[in-house]
Design a protein around this ligand. Structure first.
Ligand code: BG6
Length: 608
C-alpha cells in the first residue's frame, strides 16, 4: 500500500504534491519522490526515507518548478527501500514517468520479455515494468498506450502517468487499488485517498475498476478500457483531514481490522497459481522441503501467537515436528540445531530486537532462516536467508490485527505446500483446502459486519477486572491472541488457558459473573471443551462462546454465542480472531482509552 498524488493547474505543482503526500504517509513512508514538467522536460527527485528527506532535497518543492506533476510515498513490496526503487519511475529516455500503488503480479514475465527486446531496468521494482511497457506501446497516443498495457498487466494498480510530449495532461488509471480525482477552480488532482487533496477541494470523483482519466488544468475526462468517454458524477466530501486519514474510522485499529479481507487476499492470491501453491521467494527445492526434519517457529507478541497456531497446522498437515519459541527465550536457551532444521522468524515490523537476535543465533549455528515479515527492507527481511512478505500494508495501530491475519495465511500456505510436497495430503483434499483459503476474505467481511452485536456485549464488560479465554488445540492459540488484544488496549487483566488445564489450578479464580470466553471451533474437541465450559459455569462464570454455525449444542451451556462461518479446522483462527479483536476494541473504546497508542506499548520493540 503506497500513496500517489498528481496535480495540474495554475499553481506550482511540487509544493502541492509534497503537501498531498504528507497526508498519505499512513499508506507508506519508506521512500518518496515527485516528478514535475518544468516547461521543457520532466524532472524527477526521489529518495529513500520519510517524506521530510524529499522535502529538504527539493527545498519544499521550490527546486522543481512546473505546474504539472505526480508524486509517490512508498510502502515497499518489490525491492527494498532505496533511491533507485523509490517512485516515480522513468522509461529509458525519461519521456514517460509513472507512479504506482499496488502489485503487478506478472511483472517478472513482462520484465523478461522487455529485456529480450533490449529494455534495461534500473530498479528491482514491479512498477518500472509499466514505464517500459508504455514506452513499448507508445506512438504518440497516451490513451491507446495505457489501454494496451491494461490488457497485459495482471494484479492491482493505481497509476499516475505523464508523457513529456503531452505536457498539459496528467493521466491515471485504476484497477483494484483506490484512486480518486479532485476538481477545483485552481486545477485538478489525482490521489490514492481523500486526505491528500481535501485542503484544495471537496469535489471528488471515485474511479471504478479499469477506468482511465485524463486531467488538464481546466477539466477531467474519464474513459473506459476501450477509450470511450465515460460520464461520472462527483461527490462532495464532508470529512475533516484527520478523519480522512483514518478513512472515516475513529481509530486506525478499526480501519485496519476492516482492511483484513483485502490484506488476506493480497497475501494469498499472488501465491495461488493454476490450483497450486507457488512461493517463488521460498527458494527451496522439493527435495529440500522433503528433507526438513524439524521447524522452529520463533517470534514475539502476537506474531508468537500465530506460531502457536502454526505448530498445529504444520504438524497436522505436513507431519513435520515443530517447536514454538518466544524469541527472548530462544536466543539464550541454547536450542539444539540438528541438520534439516528450518528456523522461521515471524515479525510484522522486522525490527523486533529479540526476534532479530534469534535469527542471528540460528544462522550462527548454520541453520537456514526464513523470515515472515510485513516491512520490506527491514532488518529481519534483509538478514534472513529467504523472506516471505505478508502484504498487509502499513499497520499504524500498536495492537496488530491485519498483519497478524496475514501471518496466519503465510503459515497455512507453507504448511499446505510442505504437506503436498511430502505427500501428506491428496489432490482432492489439497484443492478443497485451497478453496477454503479463497473463501476466508469474504467470511472475515461477514464477521466484521457483526460489530454492533459485539459492541453491545463489550459495553457490559467495561468494568471487568479479570477475564479468561479458554480453548483446546488451535482454539487455545486463538484464546492467547484474544486475551492479549484485550490486555493490550483495555488494561483489563486477562488470561488464556488450554481448556483442559483450567481445573488444575486457575479455576479457583472463577467466581460469580467472571467472564470466560470459550473458543470451540475444532469439531473433534467440541465435546471436551463443552465439559470445560460446564466446569466454569458451575462456578458462576458468564460464558461467551465462539463456535461454528451448526454447533447449536453450545447454546445449552454458554450465555452468549458468536457463530463463525464454516471453514477447514486448520484455518479457523482466521475467523475466530475477528470477534475477539472487535470485543477488545469496543471495551477499549467504551473505556475512552487511546485504542491506537495504548500505554506502555510500542509498535516495535527494537531494544532487548
Ligand atoms: C509489540 C507490538 O511491541 O511487538 C505487538 O505491540 C507485536 O503488536 C510484537 O505483536 C511483535 O512485533 P513484531 O513487529 O516483531 O511482529
Amino acid at each position: 500500500m503506497c500513496g500517489i498524488v498528481g496535480y495540474i493547474g495554475e499553481s506550482e505543482a511540487a509544493p502541492i504534491l509534497l503537501e498531498g503526500l504528507s497526508k498519505l504517509e499512513y499508506r507508506g513512508y519508506d521512500s518518496a519522490g515527485i516528478a514535475v514538467y518544468n516547461g521543457t522536460a520532466i524532472e524527477m527527485i526521489k529518495s529513500r526515507g520519510r517524506l521530510k528527506v524529499l522535502n529538504e532535497l527539493t527545498h519544499g518543492g521550490a527546486s522543481l518548478p512546473g505546474r504539472a506533476g505526480i508524486g509517490h510515498t512508498r510502502w515497499a513490496t518489490h525491492g527494498s527501500p532505496s533511491d533507485s526503487n523509490a517512485h516515480p519511475h522513468f522509461n529509458g529516455d525519461n519521456s514517460i514517468v509513472v507512479v504506482h500503488n499496488g502489485i503487478i503480479e506478472n511483472y517478472l514475465k513482462l520484465k523478461k520479455k522487455l529485456e529480450a527486446k533490449g529494455y534495461e531496468f534500473v530498479s528491482e521494482t514491479d512498477t518500472e515494468v509499466i514505464a517500459h511497457l508504455l514506452d513499448y506501446y507508445y506512438d504518440g497516443n497516451p490513451l491507446e498506450a495505457i489501454a494496451k498495457i491494461m490488457y497485459r498487466v495482471e494484479g492491482s494498480y493505481a497509476l499516475g502517468i505523464m508523457f513529456e510530449d503531452h505536457p498539459r495532461e496528467v493521466y491515471a488509471v485504476r484497477k483494484d487499488s483506490p484512486l480518486i480525482v479532485g476538481k477545483s477552480e485552481k486545477g485538478n488532482f489525482i490521489a490514492s485517498d481523500v486526505p491528500a487533496i481535501l485542503k484544495y477541494t471537496r469535489d471528488v470523483y471515485f474511479m471504478e475498476n479499469e477506468e482511465i482519466v485524463c486531467l488538464n488544468k481546466e477539466d477531467v475526462t474519464f474513459y473506459n478500457i476501450d477509450e470511450e468517454v465515460l460520464v461520472k458524477t462527483p461527490v462532495t466530501i464532508e470529512w475533516d483531514i484527520a478523519a480522512a486519514e483514518k478513512g472515516g474510522y475513529e481509530f486506525f485499529m478499526l480501519k485496519e481490522m476492516y482492511e483484513q479481507p483485502k490484506a488476506v487476499s493480497d497475501t494469498l492470491m499472488p501465491r495461488l497459481k493454476n490450483g497450486d501453491i507457488v512461493i517463488e521467494e521460498l527458494q527451496m527445492t522439493e527435495e529440500e522441503i522433503r528433507d526438513i526434519r524439524k521447524i522452529y517457529l520463533v517470534a514475539c507478541g502476537s506474531a508468537y501467537h500465530t506460531a502457536v497456531t502454526a505448530k498445529y497446522v504444520f504438524e497436522g498437515l505436513a507431519r513435520v515436528p515443530v517447536e514454538v519459541d518466544l524469541a527472548s527465550e530462544f536466543r539464550y536457551r541454547n536450542p539444539i540445531f540438528e541438520p534439516g532444521t528450518l528456523v522461521i522468524i515471524i515479525s510484522q515490523s522486522g525490527e523486533t530486537a529479540d526476534s532479530l537476535a534469534a535469527l542471528r543465533e540460528a544462522q550462527k549455528h548454520g541453520c537456514k532462516v526464513l523470515g515472515i515479515v510485513n516491512v520490506v527492507g527491514s532488518s529481519i527481511a534483509r538478514e534472513a536467508d529467504t523472506v516471505m512478505y505478508t502484504w498487509a500494508g502499513p499497520e499504524i495501530a500498536v495492537a496488530t490485527t491485519k498483519a497478524y491475519s496475514t501471518q496466519l495465511i503465510v503459515h497455512y500456505l507453507l504448511a499446505l505446500k510442505f504437506a503436498k510436497v511430502r505427500g501428506k495430503v491428496n489432490d482432492i483434499k489439497f484443492r478443497e483446502m485451497i478453496e477454503d483459503l479463497k473463501r476466508l476474505p469474504e467470511q472475515i467481511e461477514l464477521l466484521l459486519a457483526n460489530k454492533e452485536k459485539i459492541q453491545r456485549f463489550a459495553n457490559r464488560y467495561l468494568a471487568a477486572e479479570h477475564v479468561f479465554f479458554i480453548g483446546r488445540g488451535i482454539d487455545y492459540a486463538i484464546s492467547l491472541e484474544g486475551s492479549l488484544k484485550l490486555k493490550e488496549i483495555s488494561y483489563i487483566h486477562s488470561e488464556a488457558y488450554a481448556a483442559g488445564e483450567l481445573k488444575h489450578g486457575t479455576i479457583s479464580l472463577i467466581e460469580d459473573g467472571t467472564l470466560v470466553t470459550a473458543v470451540l471451533t475444532q469439531d473433534h474437541l467440541f465435546k471436551k471443551t463443552i465439559s470445560n465450559v460446564v466446569e466454569v459455569k458451575t462456578r458462576g462464570a458468564f460464558v461467551l462462546a465462539v463456535a461454528h454455525a451448526g454447533n447449536a449444542e453450545i447454546e445449552k451451556t454458554a450465555d452468549y454465542v458468536i457463530y463463525l462461518p464454516k471453514t477447514n479446522e486448520y484455518f479457523t483462527n482466521s475467523l475466530a480472531v475477528i470477534p475477539l479483536q472487535l470485543f477488545a476494541y469496543y471495551v477499549s473504546l467504551g473505556k475512552g482509552l487511546d485504542v491506537d497508542k495504548p500505554r506502555n506499548l510500542a509498535k516495535s520493540v527494537t531494544v532487548e
